[in-house]
Every structure is written in C-alpha cells, then in structure tokens.
Ligand binder design. Structure first.
Ligand SMILES: Cc1cc2nc3c(=O)[nH]c(=O)nc-3n(C[C@H](O)[C@H](O)[C@H](O)COP(=O)(O)OP(=O)(O)OC[C@H]3O[C@@H](n4cnc5c(N)ncnc54)[C@H](O)[C@@H]3O)c2cc1C
Length: 454
C-alpha cells in the first residue's frame, strides 16, 4: 500500500495526528478546527440583524432538512413560508451528520419489527423506508442540487461471527418482506470491500447512498429562497400561542402571526414544544475528519467508496469525503474533555486502518440526534393543531427530507401526504428528563456489553 500517512495541511504547523489524538498527546500538533468539515464547502451565512416578516401562512421552527423540505412543498402549494432557526440556518444536525443516506430499515431486525407491529404493518413501514431513499434522490435530481449524491451502497462490518450470521438472516427477511436487495461478503473476501481485518465479513446494501450534507442543505435553502420563502437565523422561537384562527409565534427577533406552525426541531427540541420534548431524547454524536490522504490511498482502503458502519450496539460509521480524499469518521460523543472527547474516534479508526497513525486530523465536531421511545420517526399534529415531524433516531438524511415533504402535504390536506407511520401512536418517554440524564450511562453500559460479547 502507498504511504497513507500524509499530513498535508494548509496550516504552518503539522496537524495533530490520529495516533497522537488516540493516545491523548493533544499538544503534539496543530489542533483541528472545531466545526463540521462540511462547512468548508458550505459556510454558514453571517447574520447581523435578523429581520422577521410580521405574518406568513406557515411558520416552520427549525431550518434543517425537515424544515426546508417542508418549506419547498408548502411553497409549491402556494403558501407563504417563514423558517426560523435559533442558530444560523442549518445550525443543527442537518449540516453536521455523516452524509450516509439509508432507508432506516436497519433500525430493527425484520423479525423483531414483525413481532412488534405485525407482518402487514412491518411490511408497510419497510417499504416506505425504501421510498424515502427514492424520494431524496428524485428531489435532488429535480432541484438540481449539486451535493455529490451517489448510490454508493453501504457495507456493514460484523464485529463477531455471530453478528455475520444474524445479519445474513436479516437480509434474507428484508428481501422477502420488502424486496430490498443486498448481499453478504464473507471475511475471506472482505478486502474487496474494505482493506481491513477488523470485521468478520459484512453485508452490503447497494441502494444506500451518500451525499455532502453541507452542500445538500445549502442547495435546499437556495431553492426555498428562490421560491420566495424566508429563512431567518438567530430567531429562537420562545412561545407559540393561539391567536384567532391561527398562531402567534414569539421569537428573539420579534413576533410573527401565522395560520399554521410546523415544529421541526428534532434533536434540538427545547422547552418550546412540550409535546415533542416529552417524546424525544437527544443523543449526541461526534465526528472527526482527517487531512487529505495520499492519492490512491482511499481507493485502496475502501475500493467501492461506500458508506461504512459496524454491528455494535454503540456503533461507528465512516466514509471518504466526496470532494477530497479524506476520511470522515463518526461515533459516540464523549460529553467532556474538549479535544480529548474525540480520542475514542481516532482509536476506533486506527483499529480498522492501523496504517493511518501519521495522518493529520483536520476537523472535530458533534451534533444532536432525536431518539424516540419506540425507535420510529413520527409526524402529525398535537391537540393544539401544531404540526411536527421528528425522531429519526440517527437516520435522518432521507427520513427528515421525506417526512418534511409528507407533513407539508398533510398541512395542505392533500391525501398524498398519507404515510404508513400516521397511525403509529407516538409514545412519551417514561420520566423523560431522567432518561435524558441517563443517556451517557446507558451508552457506557452498551459499550461494555459490546466489549464482552462473544
Ligand atoms: C453527528 C451526527 C451524525 C449523523 N449522521 C447521519 C448520517 O450519516 N445519516 C443519516 O441519515 N442521519 C444522520 N444523522 C441524523 C440526521 O442528521 C438528522 O436526523 C437530521 O438532520 C434531522 O433533521 P431536522 O431538520 O429534523 O433537524 P436538525 O437539522 O437538527 O434541525 C433542527 C433545528 O431546529 C433549531 N431549533 C431548535 N429549537 C428551536 C427554537 N426554539 N427556535 C428556532 N429554532 C430552533 C435548531 O437550531 C436546529 O437547527 C446524524 C446526526 C448527527 C447529529
């Protein structure tokens, strides 16, 4: 293999290397930038004084994929739309994620989903997952968004021989129930997929995809603006009150009256909308990006340039960046420790690709995902008529895009807005604040179980 230890950098001092980060030698090189790599190509806009219209047909709280996708559909239906965000537009998970585009169908083993929901409902949910992938592809193509969307396929590496067998059975069920194509790669052949001996073989879902989340978000935002929608950053919604037949939304940037409100805050849901807050727990995930590797190295390490993950309960996920030959690696987020909080990501990366110790780390960042008690995403409206779509449980690139579109159609009473998820009740988390507090402890417990499992 070629030297995969390049530390090419535009900075003067050599970057902190993966080996130093993994070992905790944090002063050994120039520190990485503490913001998403995706913001290099898609910088967040500067905002001085947010200016808010006084009224709109629809106010959307949250400017991620859910909010922007809903805005596009509502604008196409002739509604005026204002999208609010408490940070800069796209501050949340939508510009911080790994850019892996899946159907969400791997959240459950198929047999478990059938046991929970019955065969007919499970089939409908799984088939809708596949439609979400098709929808995002069609939207990107129709809107001509240049965001490196590619049906690259997903390799999921088995961490134990038993995981491989279980995955093989699950892939057969997925094919039988929902018609999803896949194939298994035994350990003896896995170098055709990934130049690593870390896994006991793996599965490939050829239809899964990848994109550049920053460019996808900027592209959607530009299309919303081009259709006359308004996106206002630094405009935290503080309250939503009934006002006549509509709503008054009080924000940091002033008041706005609207006929309808959509809350699209997912993992960033705060006390604004108790209905969602009682049903969502926020879980952080961290990512690191490396400096560019030597030309050819990525093609040797990951010949298909797929998106990758593993089978642990607390799993990691990785890929090559689409615009440069860097690795983007994500996983559990440690809560404290500044740069030290990313040590375990470098450590996991080097267990998969041990030759990359001398590669520099260019970026570290994290973001927050919204998890639901039943591990399904939900959309609908509460008793006050406020609409919501959220709870993508870490698979939100396609699902947020699709749910944004569907909830917008539902807001227009369009029967095309119906989904298999509509009649699935949205459970609250028992003792939600305790559950939120317990997340890091639960993660540690699951990590321990991953480590001792045979
Ligand atoms: C680190 C990370 C990696 C991920 N990787 C993947 C991946 O590879 N593939 C995948 O499919 N999914 C991934 N996800 C999940 C995916 O990114 C999300 O599910 C999806 O982006 C959610 O989009 P959204 O629009 O619903 O929410 P977000 O993009 O999180 O947007 C919510 C917005 O609401 C705003 N907000 C909150 N409260 C208020 C308020 N009161 N007033 C105004 N604004 C408010 C926030 O500032 C935020 O910008 C990842 C998530 C994270 C955090």
């Amino acid at each position: 293999m070629k030297n995969a230890g390049s530390t090419t950098s535009s900075r003067t001092a050599p970057a902190l290397t993966l080996a130093d980060l993994a070992e905790g030698n944090l002063a050994a090189g120039a520190p990485p930038l503490h913001e998403p790599y995706w913001w290099d190509a898609a910088p967040r806009p500067d905002i001085d004084h947010p200016s808010l219209p006084s009224k709109s047909d629809v106010v959307i709280v949250g400017s991620g994929f859910t909010g922007l996708s809903a805005a596009l559909t509502l604008l196409d239906k002739g509604r005026s739309v204002v999208v609010l965000d408490k940070g800069v537009p796209g501050f949340g998970a939508s510009t911080r994620n790994g850019g892996q585009v899946g159907s969400g169908n791997q959240k459950f083993r198929v047999k478990n989903l059938i046991a929970l929901r019955g065969e007919a409902k499970a089939t409908a949910l799984l088939r809708e997952g596949t439609r979400m992938l098709d929808y995002i592809e069609a939207l990107i193509s129709k809107e001509n968004v240049d965001c490196h969307f590619r049906r690259c396929g997903r390799f999921r590496g088995a961490m134990r021989p038993a995981h491989y067998e279980a995955m093989a059975r699950d892939m057969e069920d997925l094919k039988r129930v929902a018609g999803v194509e896949s194939f298994m790669v035994p350990r003896s052949e896995q170098h055709t997929e990934i130049r690593s001996d870390r896994f006991y073989g793996g599965s490939v879902l050829p239809q899964d995809a990848s994109l550049h989340p920053g460019l996808y978000h900027s592209g959607l935002a530009a299309r919303v603006a081009a259709r006359g929608g308004t996106i206002v950053g630094l405009a935290e919604a503080k309250s939503i009150d009934r006002e006549g037949s509509g709503y008054r939304v009080t924000t940091e940037a002033g008041l706005i009256d609207s006929g309808q409100v959509l809350v699209a805050t997912n993992g960033y849901t705060d006390r604004l909308f108790g209905h969602l807050r009682r049903r969502i727990v926020s879980i952080r995930s961290g990512l690191i990006a490396t400096e560019p590797l030597d030309p050819g190295s990525i093609d040797e390490l990951m010949p298909g340039r797929r998106v990758y993950g593993n089978t642990n309960r607390v799993f990691y996920y990785f890929r090559a960046a689409p615009d440069q030959d860097r690795l983007v690696w994500g996983g559990r987020a440690a809560r404290f420790g500044g740069l030290k909080a990313y040590r375990h990501l470098a450590d996991d990366l080097l267990r998969v690709f041990p030759d990359l110790g001398r590669v520099g780390v260019s970026h570290v960042w994290d973001g927050t995902m919204g998890y639901t008690y039943d591990e399904l995403p939900h959309l609908g409206r509460n008793r006050d008529g406020i609409h919501f779509a959220a709870g993508y449980c870490g698979t939100g690139v396609s699902r947020a895009t699709y749910f944004g579109h569907k909830i917008a159609l539902q807001m227009c009473d369009d029967p095309e807005g119906g989904t298999a998820f509509d009649d699935v009740s949205f459970p609250t988390f028992p003792m939600r604040d305790v559950a939120q507090f317990a997340v890091p402890f639960a993660e540690r417990w699951y990590r321990f179980r991953d480590a001792i499992e045979r």
